[in-house]
Each structure stands twice: as structure tokens, then as C-alpha cells.
Design a protein around this ligand. Structure first.
Ligand code: NAD
Length: 363
């Protein structure tokens, strides 16, 4: 299937490498960016890709099967909506939208038009988390009682060239990094039912430490420290803390606890390991990864979506999952504001594990 790429920023390189490279069932039709030099640079780097004038030229091209929306979070809704209205299937970077109202509208629009919608993250399909899922599904640690996770850092303004959006509405550690953690949770623990959380802004103003905006100040509009608990339909309970306000040596941590042991899950912003399983009396042992995709395989979810469209099945990184994950993430702020638990009402069904004998896009 042919992919029209909207957005030629930081993340575009790995997509353009993997589409047609790692994944043979998809190929790039062309690229566009609001800043023409960025599209020209990508075209040159990747062997003379076609450059579309703008996203509307992509939408008008009958050759394009799927629009890849890799713009920034605040632009996701507008680009995805315009593509759907033009009759195109869409795969979007995370999150689907920055609020539930917009996200629900996109899901309804895709359904009404008979179009396929999905998107990142797809790291849950990688070897690390899929190996954890196999261990859980095989009952190796028994019934799951709960999980713990955190993503801790001091924020991206020290290194990111244009970090303001991380601190504005639609940003924050939850919408930026939370998708990896919550998507991992729902793939390992199933549908979420309740969230209760607290959040806050520890530093109302941030100073950019990177070029070209060094020294400029950012007024913080979103919670930069959020902590809460999620209750799953299975009865399992998980804690999640995300922050741009902390110095922490161990910035990423997820552990799933079962009645007969625990699994240390790898960083969900990666595709590989290590996976470690603790059994009482034996301590932690490293479990070999027996699934595909240990390296940066971004576009794996897109390849799976193209394959699903060709074979009449639901893809794994689908919009039901994106909506459910956004519901959980935004529930943190809703709960904190209301000082009360919030019910998660969006539906969710886990899709089949990635079959190691049917490697996406290469079969
Ligand atoms: N940068 C990363 O390491 C990273 C990692 C994982 C996921 N992501 C996600 O990928 C997405 C993009 O991130 P990025 O870092 O590449 O951002 P970026 O700001 O570097 O790039 C976004 C690009 O989209 C372009 N754009 C915006 N609206 C457009 C439109 N209507 N038509 C054409 N071009 C348009 C912008 O001009 C810009 O060049 C975000 O959702 C982010 O959360 C980024």
C-alpha cells in the first residue's frame, strides 16, 4: 500500500527508513511539510521521494492508500480530520487527538465513511512487550494482581530544539510519554475501568536550555507531575506516575505483579528488552526475547494496519485502542481536577498477540 507522509520533522527519518525497508507491504508515495525545505531535505535523503505541495495534494492523489500523520500532537486532529473527509485511511502518531471530544469525532467519522484509522504507539508490538504478554497469557506468573509504572525526567527543554509545545495544552508528560505506558498496560492487563489521580505544576515557568531558543521562558499550562491509580476490568490495579519535574536515575520502570511472580517490563518507548521474570526463591531471570522486532521498528503498526486492510481483519494499533488510551490519560487530569475517581467508558478489546511466524509486512 502507498503511504502519503504529512510532516517531515524529527520522527520522519525512522518512518521513511522502515516503510519499504523493514516493511515490504508498504511504500512511500511522497512527503509534504508546511516548511518546504524540510520536505526537500527528506526527499533528498531518501533517494528523491516525490514532494507534494501540501497535504491536500496528498489527499487528492488516488494512488495514496493511507495518510501517515506525523505532525505534532496539536495538529493531529486537524490533519486526520481533513484526510478522513477527503476519503483517506489514516495512521497517526500519538496521541489520536489531545482531548476526548475531538478523538471521538475522528473515530465516528472514520466509521461513518468506512475508513481505517489507527496509530502509534506500536512499541507494544515489539519483541519486549510481546514476550511479556506471552508470559502473562501462558499464566507463568498466575493471575495478575497489579502493576507499577513510572516515567520520570526533568523535561525536554534542555535538549529539544523547539520545546514550548511540551508545556502547552495538549502537551505535558502524560500526553507525550503516557501513550507508551498506558498502551503497554492495556495490552498486558486489558480494559481499564476507573482512574483516580492527582496532578500539579511544580515549576510554573521553564527556561529553554537548548539552541536556538536558549534563555527563552515558557509558561507551563499543563500538569507536569501526575500520579494515580488505574483499576482494570480484570480487578488488577496499577499505579502510574509521569513527570517532567524530577531528576531520576531510573526514569522508566514498569513491573507487573502476579500471584506467582513478577515481570519487569522493558522501557515501553522501545521495541526490545530486557524482560526479567521473578519467581519466589529464584529471583529475577532474564527471559530470551522470542518474538520479532527488537530494533526501532516504528511503522510496525502501520504495516500491520495495511496487512489488516488487505486481509479484512482489525489491526492491532487501532483507533479503539488509541481512544481508550486517551480516555485513561485524560482521566488523570479529570480526576485530579474533580478530586474524585473517574470512570473509563470507552470500549477496548485486546487484539491477538503478534504471531512470530507471521512477521508483519514481511509475509
Ligand atoms: N521526535 C521524537 O523523538 C518522537 C518520538 C516518537 C513519537 N513522536 C511523535 O511524532 C510526532 C511528530 O513529532 P516530531 O518530533 O517529528 O515533530 P516536529 O515538530 O519535528 O515535526 C512535525 C512536522 O510537521 C509539519 N506539519 C505540521 N502541520 C503540517 C501540515 N498541515 N502539513 C504538512 N506538514 C505539517 C511541521 O512543519 C513539522 O516539520 C508527534 O506526535 C510526536 O509525539 C516523536
Amino acid at each position: 500500500m502507498k503511504i502519503g507522509v504529512v510532516g517531515c520533522g524529527n520522527i520522519s527519518g525512522i518512518y521513511l527508513t522502515n516503510i519499504g525497508g523493514l516493511f515490504k507491504n508498504i511504500e512511500v508515495a511522497g512527503v509534504c511539510d508546511l516548511i518546504p525545505e524540510k520536505a526537500e531535505d527528506r526527499s533528498k535523503t531518501f533517494g528523491g521521494l516525490r514532494i507534494y505541495r501540501d497535504m491536500y495534494e496528498i489527499f487528492a492523489d488516488p494512488e495514496v492508500d493511507i495518510v501517515l500523520n506525523i505532525t505534532r500532537p496539536n495538529d493531529h486532529y486537524g490533519v486526520t480530520k481533513a484526510a478522513l473527509l477527503a476519503g483517506k485511511n489514516v495512521y497517526s502518531e500519538k496521541p489520536l487527538a489531545t482531548n476526548m471530544e475531538d478523538a471521538r469525532e475522528l473515530v465516528a467519522l472514520a466509521k461513518e465513511r468506512g475508513l481505517t484509522l489507527g496509530g502509534a504507539p506500536d512499541t507494544f508490538m515489539g519483541a519486549g512487550i510481546q514476550t511479556c504478554r506471552r508470559l502473562i497469557d501462558e499464566g507463568r506468573i498466575g493471575k495478575i494482581v497489579g502493576a507499577c509504572a513510572h516515567m520520570l525526567g526533568r523535561g525536554p527543554e534542555g535538549w529539544h530544539p523547539d520545546p514550548e509545545f511540551f508545556y502547552k495544552k495538549g502537551g505535558g508528560p502524560m500526553l507525550d510519554m503516557g501513550p507508551y505506558y498506558t498502551t503497554c498496560f492495556v495490552n498486558l492487563l486489558g480494559r481499564a475501568e476507573w482512574v483516580t489521580a492527582f496532578g500539579g505544576i511544580s515549576f510554573p515557568e521553564r527556561t529553554i536550555g537548548s539552541e536556538p531558543h536558549r534563555g527563552e521562558r515558557i509558561k507551563v499550562e499543563v500538569d507536569t507531575f501526575a500520579t494515580g491509580a488505574i483499576r482494570f476490568a480484570s480487578g488488577a490495579i496499577a499505579s502510574l506516575t509521569v513527570s517532567f519535574d524530577t531528576y531520576a536515575e531510573r526514569g522508566s520502570y514498569i513491573e507487573v505483579f502476579g500471584e506467582r511472580g513478577s515481570i519487569l517490563v522493558p522501557d515501553p518507548n522501545t521495541f526490545g528488552g530486557p524482560v526479567k521474570m521473578l519467581t519466589p526463591g529464584k529471583g529475577y531471570e532474564e527471559i530470551p526475547l522470542d518474538r520479532g522486532f527488537t530494533q526501532n521498528s516504528r511503522a510496525l503498526g502501520l504495516s500491520d494496519m495495511a496487512d489488516a486492510m488487505a486481509n479484512g481483519r482489525l489491526h492491532r494499533a487501532n483507533s479503539m485502542q488509541q481512544l481508550h488510551v486517551l480516555d485513561i490519560m485524560t482521566a488523570f487530569a479529570r480526576s485530579s481536577k474533580a478530586n474524585a475517581p473517574v470512570e473509563i467508558t470507552s470500549p477496548f478489546e485486546r487484539q491477538p498477540a503478534v504471531d512470530p511466524d507471521r512477521i508483519c509486512g514481511t509475509y
